[in-house]
Design a binder for this molecule. Structure first.
Ligand SMILES: Nc1ncnc2c1ncn2[C@@H]1O[C@H](COP(=O)(O)OP(=O)(O)OP(=O)(O)O)[C@@H](O)[C@H]1O
Ligand SMILES: [Mg+2]
Length: 314
């Protein structure tokens, strides 16, 4: 293969990143996390020269998705659990973070929120090590319960409260391929904290008459976060949910979602309305484990595959 020298400007940050991840191994990775070089030599920050010796192996940093919509009951928690499950089925290491005092994700994953000794609250308010429950349906989980509701007040007054989730995740990010954060139905500090910690935001939108109501506010919040607190945040896209093709309301809102939101980001395949989602979460299982033959399973698989393809295969 061609051996092409690259400069400090191109190499410095990825190099530092690679050294941090890989210990002593002097390698450089590009912005997508692809290993582009074993570094042959370098001098200092301003005159660093690296020589490409190998090409093709991949080191991909964790993608952190905030599943975000301030409207309630649009399918955020359901999608967090199910997309997480299908990413894990692709062989990826997945962490789900319950960032909602309602603790729905914690319940969907089979835990009793009130019985938990340690939750996300302890990590973001008390700044303790983040509590992780291992291997629930093939994924790890940072659980939550009602104690997180007071975090809203406690963090608003705290120094850089909106950075707390990012800081809490920092030491474990390298352990995962994907971290999915289930946001609460609000635009308060818990949601902002997720957008600040995230690399991507994924927005479920319910396909009903009020579908686009609130979207402007939601996008304004994303854009503000992008400008002020997290310049790297990417809009992964929108997932139409609870679609009922038999009603004109469903059809019209899906059309409106495509018309208005495809300008802003990718519109993913539509999730149908089906009571099996509620049945599955009652049994505390992802849909694919509750009813593997359900037609929505292949749609969830497709969404997970699309996200994974964008992330880069490992
Ligand atoms: N595609 C679907 N079809 C039918 N019901 C669904 C679908 N997706 C989710 N549900 C059900 O709708 C309810 C709300 O879903 P979910 O909890 O995922 O929404 P949410 O956006 O997380 O809500 P909240 O804003 O309260 O956190 C749940 O009972 C869930 O089982
Ligand atoms: Mg929820």
């Amino acid at each position: 293969m061609a051996v092409t020298p690259t400069t400090a400007e191109q190499g410095r940050l990825p190099l530092e990143n690679a050294l941090r991840r890989g210990g002593q191994l002097p390698v450089a990775i590009d912005e997508k996390g692809i290993l582009i070089a074993i570094v042959q030599r370098w001098r200092d920050d301003t005159t660093l020269k690296v020589r490409l010796l190998i090409q093709g192996t991949e080191i991909v940093a964790a993608s952190i998705y905030a599943i975000f919509n301030q409207s309630g009951g649009v399918g955020k928690t359901t999608l967090t659990q199910n997309i997480g499950y299908h990413l894990s089925q692709l062989g990826r290491k997945v962490l789900l973070v319950d960032d909602d005092p309602q603790g729905s994700l914690t319940v969907f994953m089979g835990l009793e929120p009130i019985e938990l000794k340690k939750t996300l609250y302890d990590a973001v308010v008390r700044e303790e090590d983040i509590a992780i429950i291992r291997n629930v349906s093939g994924m790890d989980l940072v659980p939550s319960n009602i104690s997180l509701s007071t975090a809203e007040m406690e963090l608003v007054g705290a120094m850089m409260g909106e950075l707390r989730l990012k800081q809490a995740l920092e030491s474990i990010t390298d352990d995962y391929d994907y971290i999915l954060i289930d946001c609460p139905p609000s635009l308060g500090i818990l949601s902002i904290m997720s957008l600040v910690a995230a690399t991507h935001v994924l927005v479920p939108i319910q396909t009903e008459f009020k579908a686009l109501k609130g979207t402007e506010l939601l996008l304004t919040t994303i854009v503000k976060t992008l400008k002020i607190a997290n310049k790297k945040l990417k809009i992964a896209g929108f997932i139409p949910t609870m679609y009922d093709g038999r009603t004109s309301q469903g059809e019209n809102s899906l059309k409106a979602i495509y018309e208005q939101l495809s300008k802003v980001g990718k519109v993913f395949p539509t999730i149908p309305r089906t009571t099996d989602f509620a049945n599955a979460s009652q049994k505390q299982l992802p849909l694919a484990l509750y009813n593997p033959k359900h037609h929505a399973v292949s749609i969830l698989q497709e969404i997970a595959k699309t996200l994974d393809d964008a992330h880069g295969s490992k």
